[in-house]
Design a protein around this ligand. Structure first.
Ligand SMILES: NC(=O)c1ccc[n+]([C@@H]2O[C@H](COP(=O)([O-])OP(=O)(O)OC[C@H]3O[C@@H](n4cnc5c(N)ncnc54)[C@H](OP(=O)(O)O)[C@@H]3O)[C@@H](O)[C@H]2O)c1
Length: 264
């Protein structure tokens, strides 16, 4: 099967390129619909895994047109080529939903522009091509990858900082990106639709941070960032399709083992 991966040098795309035998797409920045179609026609993939996006919430707020192009139009144009597409969405679509999680896929309420664009993208791509697979991904982490730009993530922030603030009320998943990449082959067989995608947890972020600090004996001061909206996801739909993730602490433990982060 010929798999085209967009955003192949990005945080998620580069790990997917490590895990799969796939064709990297060129940058899609600023492309028109006809340029997207030409690129896809030239590559002739059986399936597309779309990770390219403007994924920073603050940048999306500052550059709404760029966010709309990257997060709504580009994915829509990809599915309109007629090639089955797997697209990364985000747990941020739950950021304004009343009541505590874990949330199921049926209801969402974005509280920021990035999430609004992701939710519009989900609706429009599914309307255009019901076989599209949309993954509402949790916040992902990894150690730096050789030769790649390194963006802050939960693990790196914990390892680098002397002091950090996390909410003592917000239950939120953090997920090992290599566990995500390892599941992509199976994702390609999922029926079309929206799936919560990541590790489940019942721990508030502050407790997850404490667990990691204790496990790695980090000298980091963890303070309470106060009340923040839940972002925890129910992954029952994914599990019914035969796919599951380890829990948040099991995923962190796997990463710790993979990179030998703990003293022998
Ligand atoms: N990282 C997370 O924790 C997380 C959590 C939830 C959901 N997600 C979603 O997962 C997907 C992958 O995330 P990521 O962290 O890998 O993203 P990323 O590293 O920030 O970006 C991926 C790639 O997107 C391309 N890109 C950046 N700005 C663009 C623009 N304006 N127009 C078109 N392409 C642009 C870049 O590739 P080029 O330089 O080749 O253009 C970049 O390498 C995204 O859809 C993101 O929203 C990520």
């Amino acid at each position: 099967m010929r798999i085209l991966v967009t955003g192949p040098t990005g945080f998620v795309g580069s790990r997917i390129m490590d895990a799969l035998d796939a064709v990297p797409s060129p940058s899609l920045r600023g492309m028109s619909e006809s340029q997207v179609r030409e690129m896809v026609d030239r590559t002739a993939p059986d399936v597309i895994i779309h990770t390219a996006a403007l994924s920073d919430i603050g940048q999306c707020r500052k550059m709404p047109e760029v966010s709309y192009h990257a997060n709504v139009e580009l994915p829509l144009w990809l599915v309109r080529t007629g090639v089955r597409t797997v697209i990364f969405s985000s747990d941020q679509v739950y950021s304004g939903l009343p009541g505590p999680g874990p949330y199921t896929e049926e209801r969402a309420a974005p509280a920021n522009l990035y999430a609004e664009h992701k939710l519009e993208m989900e609706r429009r791509t599914l309307e255009a091509a019901p076989e599209t697979v949309l993954l509402r991904a949790a916040w992902m982490y990894d150690m730096p990858r050789y030769g790649c730009r390194n963006r802050g993530n939960f693990l790196m922030n914990m390892l680098r900082r002397e002091e950090i603030a996390f909410s003592s009320t917000q239950v939120r998943s953090v997920t090992y990106v290599r566990e995500v990449a390892a599941r992509m082959e199976k994702v390609l067989t999922l029926p079309g639709g929206v799936y919560n995608f990541g590790s489940e947890t019942t721990l508030p972020m502050m407790e997850t941070a404490r667990w990691l600090a204790d496990t790695l004996r980090l000298r980091i001061r963890i303070t309470d960032a106060g009340r923040q909206h839940d972002l925890s996801m129910d992954t029952g739909r994914l599990q019914k399709s035969g796919l599951s993730f380890p829990s948040v602490t099991e995923g962190l433990m796997q990463c710790i083992r993979d990179y030998s982060l703990m003293d022998e």
